[in-house]
Design a protein around this ligand. Structure first.
Ligand SMILES: *Cc1c(COP(=O)(O)O)cnc(C)c1O
Length: 430
C-alpha cells in the first residue's frame, strides 16, 4: 500500500511507515494512493460473509501484500472481537450500535485495529506507547494494547481530574499497561509526553511511539463496520439508504465515505454536529471559519477544527464528487435532550451523540428512504447526563460494573520530567 502526505504529495510512505509515523511532514495527513473499488457482484458476495472474514477482505484491498492475508485475518479477529448490531428504532430508521467493545464506544474498533497494526509492523522490536489522557482516549488505548506482545503502554493522566469510573476503566488492567497519575492538570501531562518525545536518548531506549487519533489504520478499520451495517439491512432497502454520522473530528464520516467510494450502496451521508458547526457552516457558506469551541452535552464532538476534514475534501476531489451532495445539520443541547427523551418514548435508550445524528436524520429523511444513524457510545458512558435527561437510573453494563470493583494499579508522580524519565528508563526493554 502506498500513501501520500496531503500537505506535501512528494512524501510517499508504505502502510507500515504511515502506521508508525501517524502524521507526515508539516503535520500532514496520509491518504491512500489507490482507492480500491468492488463491483456490484463483489459487494453482494462480500455482504454474505461474516464480519471478520469480510473485514479482512476489505482491509486487504487497501493494504495489499504488505501484510499476508492470513496474518491480517487473525489480527482483525483479535481487534473486532465484539459485534456491531443494527437495531430497528422505527419503521424506516435503525441504528448501528458501535458501543459493544471494552470501552463502550466506537473508538474501540479503530483503536484495537491500530494496536494490532502497530504490533504487526513493529515485528519483533519492542515498542513503548506513551500518551496522555483527560479520560476517554486513555481507556481506549489501554484496552486496545492490553496483553499485546512486545508493546508496553504508559498512560499519564491528571490525578483526581478524571471521573472515578473512567479511572477504573483503564487503571485496573496491569500487565503491559502502566498508568501514571500526575499531580497536575491535563496540559501538564501533555507537556510531559512532548518532552519525552523530544528526548532522543529516551526515545531510542524505549522505541517510543504515539497512538495518534489520525492514524490511517483507524480509518481503514472503521470502513468495515459500514459494510457490516449494510449486510444487516433488508436487501430491498439498500438503494435507499441514508446514513447520519455524529461528527467531531470527522474520522467516522471519512470512513463511511471511503466505504461508499469502494462501491458500498449508500444513497447519501449526513454530517450531524452539535453547535460546534464549522463544517455545516462551510457547506452552507463556502467559507472555513472555525469559532471558539463550545462545551456541549455531546462532548466527544466538541471540535471546531476537525482534523480529518482534509481527507474528506481529497476524497471528493479524487472521486469527482460534489460537496453539495453531503447532507448536514446542527443540533443544540436543548434539542438533543428532547431527542433523547423522544427516543426513550419509542423504547430506545440513547445518549447525546447518537441523538444528534438521529435528530438530523429524522428531520431530513424523505419518503421511501431508509435511515441509519450511528450509535457511537453506550448510554452508560454518559450516565450522568442521560440519567438527568430521562430522570431515571441507568444500570452499568456488567463488565463495567465488575471492573469498577477492582483495585487501582496506578503509579503516582509529581509533574517533574526527571522523575518521569527515570520511571520510563526503568521500564526500557533490555
Ligand atoms: C469520537 C466520538 C464522536 C465523533 O467521531 P469523529 O470521528 O471524531 O467525528 C462521536 N461520538 C462519540 C461517542 C465519540 O467518542
Amino acid at each position: 500500500m502506498k500513501l501520500y502526505n496531503l500537505k506535501d504529495n512528494s512524501e510517499q510512505v508504505s502502510f507500515a511507515q504511515a502506521v508508525k509515523q501517524g502524521l507526515g511532514k508539516q503535520q500532514g495527513l496520509f491518504f491512500p494512493q489507490d482507492l480500491p473499488e468492488f463491483s456490484a457482484t463483489e459487494i453482494d458476495e462480500l455482504l454474505k460473509l461474516d464480519f471478520v472474514t469480510r473485514s479482512s477482505r476489505i482491509l486487504t484491498a487497501f493494504i495489499g501484500d504488505e501484510i499476508p492475508e492470513a496474518e491480517l485475518a487473525s489480527r482483525v479477529k483479535e481487534a473486532f472481537a465484539f459485534p456491531a448490531p443494527v437495531t430497528q428504532v422505527e419503521q424506516d430508521v435503525a441504528t448501528l450500535e458501535l458501543y459493544h467493545g471494552p470501552t463502550l464506544a466506537f473508538k474501540d474498533f479503530g483503536g484495537r485495529f491500530m494496536a494490532q497494526a502497530l504490533g504487526q509492523v513493529a515485528g519483533d522490536q519492542p515498542v513503548t506507547i506513551l500518551t496522555a489522557t483527560s479520560g476517554d482516549t486513555g481507556a481506549a488505548v489501554a484496552h486496545a494494547f492490553y496483553r499485546l506482545n512486545n508493546v508496553q503502554v504508559v498512560i499519564l493522566y491528571p490525578e483526581g481530574k478524571i471521573s472515578p469510573l473512567q479511572e477504573k476503566l483503564f487503571c485496573t488492567l496491569g500487565e503491559n499497561i502502566h498508568t501514571v497519575a500526575i499531580k497536575d492538570d491535563f496540559d501538564a501531562c501533555q507537556a510531559l509526553v512532548k518532552q519525552s518525545f523530544d528526548d532522543e536518548e529516551l526515545k531510542k531506549a524505549l522505541h517510543l511511539n504515539s497512538a495518534n487519533s489520525i492514524n490511517i489504520s483507524r480509518l481503514l478499520a472503521q470502513i468495515c463496520y459500514y459494510f457490516e451495517a449494510v449486510a444487516q439491512i433488508p436487501a430491498e432497502k439498500r438503494e435507499q439508504l441514508v446514513i447520519s454520522v455524529p461528527s467531531g473530528n470527522f474520522g467516522d464520516l471519512t470512513a463511511g465515505l471511503l466505504a461508499k467510494s469502494m462501491g458500498l450502496p449508500v444513497k447519501r451521508f449526513i454530517a450531524a454536529t452539535n453547535v460546534n458547526d464549522t463544517v455545516p457552516r462551510y457547506l452552507e457558506e463556502g467559507q472555513w471559519k472555525p469559532h471558539q469551541t463550545v462545551a456541549t452535552l455531546s462532548n466527544a464532538m466538541d471540535v471546531s477544527q476537525p482534523n480529518n476534514w482534509p481527507r474528506i475534501e481529497e476524497l471528493f476531489r479524487r472521486k469527482g464528487w460534489s460537496l453539495q451532495q453531503l447532507g448536514h445539520g446542527v443540533v443544540t443541547d436543548d434539542v438533543t435532550k428532547d431527542t433523547v427523551r423522544e427516543l426513550d418514548k419509542k423504547g430506545y435508550v440513547s445518549e447525546p451523540h447518537a441523538a444528534v445524528a438521529y435528530r438530523v436524520l429524522r428531520d431530513q429523511l424523505q419518503d421511501g428512504e431508509y435511515g441509519l444513524f450511528l450509535g457511537t457510545a453506550h448510554p452508560a458512558k454518559f450516565k450522568e447526563s442521560v440519567e438527568e435527561i430521562l430522570n431515571k437510573p441507568l444500570p452499568l453494563p456488567q463488565a463495567l460494573a465488575e471492573r469498577a470493583e477492582l483495585p487501582l494499579l496506578s503509579h503516582f508522580l509529581p509533574s517533574d520530567f526527571a522523575k518521569l524519565r527515570a520511571f520510563l528508563m526503568e521500564r526500557a526493554p533490555k
